[in-house]
Design a protein around this ligand. Structure first.
Ligand code: SAM
Length: 288
């Protein structure tokens, strides 16, 4: 069995199986042991852990995970990679490979089946074309999660960590920070992958919070307000929310709610933190 993680071994496996990269699946395989170790260290994987890996590729990171975790389930969409994974992971009896689309898997059911419903760890070098749906899908479907350690586009990592009033701050920052505490574990240049992506990458660990940092009566309304205010970033909060097709409040109702939570009438949405969006949602739920 090949020990993966170097460019030579990866190329050998790819040639042996006559594998052709599929751009539509965001296939950029890791070829740097230093980065692989950093990901596994950041995920803090131990023998008691069940790990879900999204998109194992040829199984490089899966081998590293299998060495440290109790059990690993790796879900890969590309049928052509399944026979390769059977071979590269043959020696690990704590790894299972499943062909499937992660966006269609019931991950809460996976946590129940493989980990007795206890919090699971998710590790992935994500396909960048579906980073946000994967991460938000994990959070919003209330999968029991300990942490999620992912390679993402550098710019996405910055957005996840951004604070109010900065250029990267937006709906993704608020959504991620409602569920988790983000930590930047590493910046990763394009030459650590084959083929090289044309963007910089970063490893982020999202440590899931036991409970959200703010309380809000209507969570869905809060996220609709967040989305609406960032969809119209250049407008004031009041105009952005009043013009949004997603919401059904008059300009006056919004103005009153903004005033009730003690914000200036001409404030922009990008200045608000989670606490202010929660207060605004509450004010609109029980108008004064
Ligand atoms: N983990 C490998 C590595 O680090 O070398 C491969 C990472 S590559 C960036 C992303 C992987 O996710 C590819 O193997 C791709 O086929 C797979 N993938 C893409 N879309 C997927 C989906 N919807 N569900 C499951 N896997 C997917």
């Amino acid at each position: 069995m090949a020990e993966l993680g170097s460019p030579q071994e990866t190329i050998q496996v790819l040639q042996k199986h006559d594998f052709h990269f599929q751009k539509k699946y965001g296939q950029n395989f890791l070829i740097d042991p230093h980065v692989l170790n950093k990901i596994i260290d950041a995920a803090d994987v131990g023998r008691d852990d069940f790990v879900l890996e999204i998109g194992p590729g040829i199984g490089t990171m899966t081998q590293y995970l299998a060495e440290r975790a109790g059990r690993v389930l790796a879900v890969e969409i590309d049928h052509n990679l399944i026979p390769i994974l059977r071979e590269t992971l043959a020696e690990y009896d704590n790894v299972e490979v499943r062909q499937g689309d992660i966006l269609k898997e019931d991950i809460a059911a996976i946590a129940r089946e493989y980990n007795g419903g206890k919090p699971i760890k998710v590790v992935a070098n994500l396909p960048y074309y579906i980073t946000t749906p994967i991460i938000m899908g994990l959070f919003e479907s209330h999968v029991p999660l300990a942490n999620v350690t992912v390679m993402v586009q550098k710019e996405v990592a910055e957005r996840m960590r951004a604070k109010p009033g900065t250029k990267d701050y937006g709906a993704l920052s608020l959504a991620v920070q409602y569920y988790a505490e983000p930590y930047l574990a590493a910046n990763v240049p394009p030459n650590c992958f084959i083929p090289r992506p044309n963007v910089g990458s970063a490893v982020v660990r999202l440590t899931c919070l036991a409970r959200p940092p703010v309380e809000v009566a209507d969570e869905r309304l809060m996220f609709r307000l967040i989305r609406a205010s960032f969809n119209q970033r250049r407008k004031t909060l009041q105009n952005g929310l009043a013009n949004s097709g997603e919401l059904d409040f008059s300009k006056e109702e919004i103005g009153q709610a903004i005033q009730a939570v003690g914000l200036p009438p001409d404030i922009r949405g990008e200045k608000l933190g989670l606490a202010e969006f929660a207060a605004l949602a509450d004010a609109l739920t029980t108008p004064v």
